[in-house]
Write a protein that binds this ligand. Structure first.
Ligand code: GAR
Length: 321
């Protein structure tokens, strides 16, 4: 199996979500492992469990420290443990903007409401008082704005007659324990998820001028120009024509460049069946370390080689500024 994503979990309290993440990581095929459990409260119950499970722990009270200094110490512990992601699980601290920015796209949180509703504290009491039919939980990316980053997954939990904030909180936690491990697993393995990869390619390809999507022999294809004058400049190939992985097909300058790419970096480039003959290269997309800037550049280049002069001239002018 591919190497697993390394996770640091930050907690402040009971750590039941951390425990759910931990035991899910012990199931076969789980794409992540916990490398650290850290807390701003040395008495947090979750630390004892982590220790008993042989996971490194770190505890540092925030009392008497500036927010920045405390964040920096927590961050240093995560880095020391080799964490690739920080996962907040009942970590009741507001993070400094710099810390959130440094981990943008690599820090997740779980919040006990159906965001964007009920950010902040006392979510359950507020949902009940508002007469909501459901409470729930959301897993989201962390940004410097509280509970406002992109929502990755949600689960709704009904509010029953006579519900109290405590009874709802307990039931929402059961749902959280299902939601968080699944959402985290999906997030750390998105790099090999065909639907996610296609969505990235699509948004880059269709951001170029006068482009459209049209299927070609079972692959998603991207064209520039209109009607019959349109030409393909990229294909998204998911295990296509016998190739094992997921790939983007784009045009090179010709057979020499294609051969050089494949020889230099065989893990990244290959000569695709049928298309290779006319100088198209296959770029392997399902790689953990894929550089999306590089993919964007390839798409632009391939678009250029297929686009009519009137469009490339406009692009030339635009790129001078
Ligand atoms: C969870 O319900 C989590 O959603 C909530 O704290 C609880 C932690 O429980 N988080 C927040 O309210 C964040 N603003 P746990 O320590 O048992 O996982």
């Amino acid at each position: 199996m591919a190497e697993r994503a390394r996770i640091a979990v930050f907690i402040s309290g009971a750590g039941t979500n951390m425990a759910a993440l931990l035991y899910a990581s012990r199931m076969p095929e789980c794409p992540y492992e916990l490398v650290l459990v850290a807390s701003n409260d040395p008495a947090a119950a979750g630390l004892k469990l982590a220790e008993a499970e042989g996971i490194a722990t770190f505890a540092l009270s925030h009392k008497g420290m500036t927010r920045e200094a405390h964040d920096a110490a927590m961050e240093a512990a995560a880095k020391e443990a080799g964490a690739e992601y920080i996962v907040l699980a009942g970590y009741m601290r507001i993070l400094s903007a710099g810390f959130a920015a440094r981990w943008a796209g690599r820090m997740l949180n779980i919040h006990p409401s159906l965001l964007p509703k009920y950010k902040g504290l006392d979510t359950h009491a507020r949902a009940i008082a508002a007469g909501e039919s459901h409470g729930g939980a959301s897993v989201h990316l962390v940004t410097s704005e509280l509970d406002a980053g992109e929502v990755l997954a949600q689960i709704a939990v009904p509010i029953t007659p006579g519900e109290t904030a405590e009874s709802l909180a307990a039931r929402v936690k059961l749902a959280e324990h299902q939601l968080y491990p699944r959402a985290l697993a999906d997030y750390v393995s998105r790099w090999r998820n065909p639907a996610w990869l296609l969505a990235q390619v699509r948004s880059l390809a269709l951001a170029l001028p006068e482009t459209s999507e049209q299927e070609s022999f079972g692959a998603a294809g991207f064209r520039v120009g209109t009607g019959k004058a349109g030409k393909y400049f990229a294909y998204f190939a998911d295990r296509h024509h016998g190739h094992q992985g997921i790939a983007l097909l784009v045009k090179t300058s010709g057979p020499d460049e294609l051969a050089a790419l494949v020889e230099d970096r065989p893990e990244a480039y290959f000569r695709p069946a049928f298309y290779g003959a006319s100088g198209w290269v296959g770029i392997v997309l399902d790689r953990r370390d894929l550089d999306w800037q590089d993919i964007a550049a390839w798409l632009r280049r391939s678009w250029r080689s297929a686009a009519p002069k009137r469009l490339t001239r406009l692009m030339d002018v635009a790129e001078q500024f």
